[in-house]
Design a protein around this ligand. Structure first.
Ligand code: FE2
Length: 471
């Protein structure tokens, strides 16, 4: 017979011996770097976010830029209180590393009271005259072994920043799914192919929203929906109004809890732009509920790119590719509707996801068909039209493309799509130059002034594709 006093004894012992959550276990979410609402890069500034329990905690942050030996204080403030009914309420804290010189390695530490509970090294933002490396990849946190292998590869490539091209967390971008599939892999303490690695604490990470991130808005079915708008801290300089969101449905109390926590990020953070180094970036919501024929949205894109005339490079990231040869998602072509704006705005490369493989287009120009009223045709999500290809560009000897290069880089962890097409170019659309669908991979881009080298790299480091652009 089980002694009745044992549970009581265990409770007493635990109460006496359990330490205050002062060490790393004080974190609900370990520290991670974000850009914050700082689209222009005049300094190397970055934001640091982390999650703690839903109670008063004496957090503080120090940072040090070698060879300086002194530690500067960064004020820690509550950024959000996330009170999802599915996971325990927690507070998201934020500190800003102000006045960082661009392009330096620095150290930071997070203190809980007088105790240093976390330390990491990081790199500040680069200035326009400094070379840098970034990784672009989408469709990542599905909980697969490949996800962890790719995460470890990301760390080993030592990028200055990571751009996630959407579908950050499967299956519905929920707060609870971030807990299970995102934080433990991309902010693991050790780098290993069966674990992931300490990417987020040391590497600036940005993201475009995918369908799995913000498609779920039913708060009956998923009370912890829309984690994208809670955990990401990105510029709020997108269009203020416009047909770019879906109504939320379901439990009104849960909706209100979400809106209270998200504040101004929802829905505005669905679209934004920023500068990094000598590049201007545009990040868009490609979900099909957005009609990119809308004049307000189109004006915003055109004006944003026109205002970036001082940038050497113009890169764009959104989830659903307009130019895709995979049988998977072939009919989702709606982002072709802004091809003309990207061409006029002198965009160099577009990074997409959604289709779980790698595809590189020839440099291309696209003219959408128009109806009798002069409006671009979109039949469901099909966008018929005419493309012109630059087949003289080879990325080795001929490195000045005439047109925009579109990359599908959605092989970041989720199950691969259409491996059977890799060796059957007759199944590709004529705009596709490279198609690699048998291996998971990431896009690693090195920018040095007027030179861009793009490599597609598998989890073991092997190179699957490579091209250069020179200005
Ligand atoms: Fe997707």
């Amino acid at each position: 017979m089980r002694p009745r006093f044992l549970p009581l004894l265990a409770l007493v012992l635990f109460t006496v011996t359990a330490p205050a959550a002062r060490g790393e276990d004080a974190f609900v979410i370990k520290p991670y770097l974000q850009l914050g609402d700082a689209p222009a890069s005049t300094t190397g500034d970055l934001a640091l976010l982390w999650g703690g329990a839903d109670r008063e905690t004496a957090w503080s942050v120090d940072y040090q830029v070698p060879p300086e030996s002194t530690w500067k204080k960064a004020e820690a403030k509550v950024f959000r209180r996330i009170a999802s009914p599915v996971v325990p309420a927690h507070r998201l804290y934020r500190a800003t590393f102000d006045g960082l010189p661009p392009g330096v390695d620095f150290r930071y530490r997070v203190l809980n009271g007088a105790d240093v509970v976390f330390e990491a090294a990081a790199k500040s933002r680069k200035s326009a005259d400094q070379p840098y490396r970034f990784i672009a990849v989408g469709d990542i946190a599905q909980g697969s072994g490949a996800q962890k292998e790719i995460a470890a590869r990301m760390v080993l490539e030592k990028p200055d920043f990571l751009m996630v091209t959407g579908d950050i967390v499967y299956g519905r971008g929920l707060v609870s799914e971030y807990r299970d599939r995102y934080w433990p892999v991309y902010n693991a303490d050790q780098t290993a192919p069966d674990v992931g690695g300490p990417l987020l604490r040391s590497t600036l990470t940005l993201a475009a929203p995918g369908n799995h991130d913000i498609g779920s808005r039913n708060f009956d079915r998923s009370p912890d929906s829309l984690g994208y708008f809670l955990y990401w801290d990105q510029p709020l300089n997108g269009p203020k109004d416009g047909p770019y969101t879906l109504p939320m449905t379901g439990n009104e109390a849960h909706q209100k809890a979400f809106l209270d926590a998200a504040g101004p990020s929802y829905p505005r953070m669905a679209n934004f732009s920023f500068d990094y180094g000598n590049a201007h970036w545009l990040v868009l919501d490609a979900n099909p509920y957005v009609d990119w024929r809308d004049s307000g949205l189109r004006d915003w894109v055109a004006n944003d790119l026109a205002a970036a005339k001082g940038a050497t490079w113009r890169f764009v990231s959104f989830h659903h590719p307009g130019f895709n040869s995979s049988k998977a998602h072939f009919e989702q072509q709606e982002m072709r509707l802004i091809a003309d704006l990207l061409e006029a705005g002198k965009v160099d490369v577009v990074f997409n996801g959604h289709v779980h493989n790698y595809q590189r287009s020839f440099p291309l120009r696209f003219i959408a068909d128009r109806d009798s009223d002069g409006k671009m045709v979109r039949t469901r999500d099909l966008v018929p039209g005419t493309w012109t290809l630059d087949k003289t560009f080879d990325g080795k000897n001929r490195t000045r493309p005439d047109g925009v290069i579109y990359l599908v880089t959605g092989a970041g962890g989720a199950g691969l799509y259409n491996p059977e097409q890799q060796d059957k170019p007759e199944t590709w659309q004529s705009f596709t130059d490279k198609f690699i669908s048998k291996r998971h991979s990431i896009t690693v881009a090195d920018v040095s002034g007027p030179n861009l080298t793009v490599r597609q790299v598998a989890a073991d480091g092997s190179e699957l594709d490579r091209f250069e652009i020179k200005k």
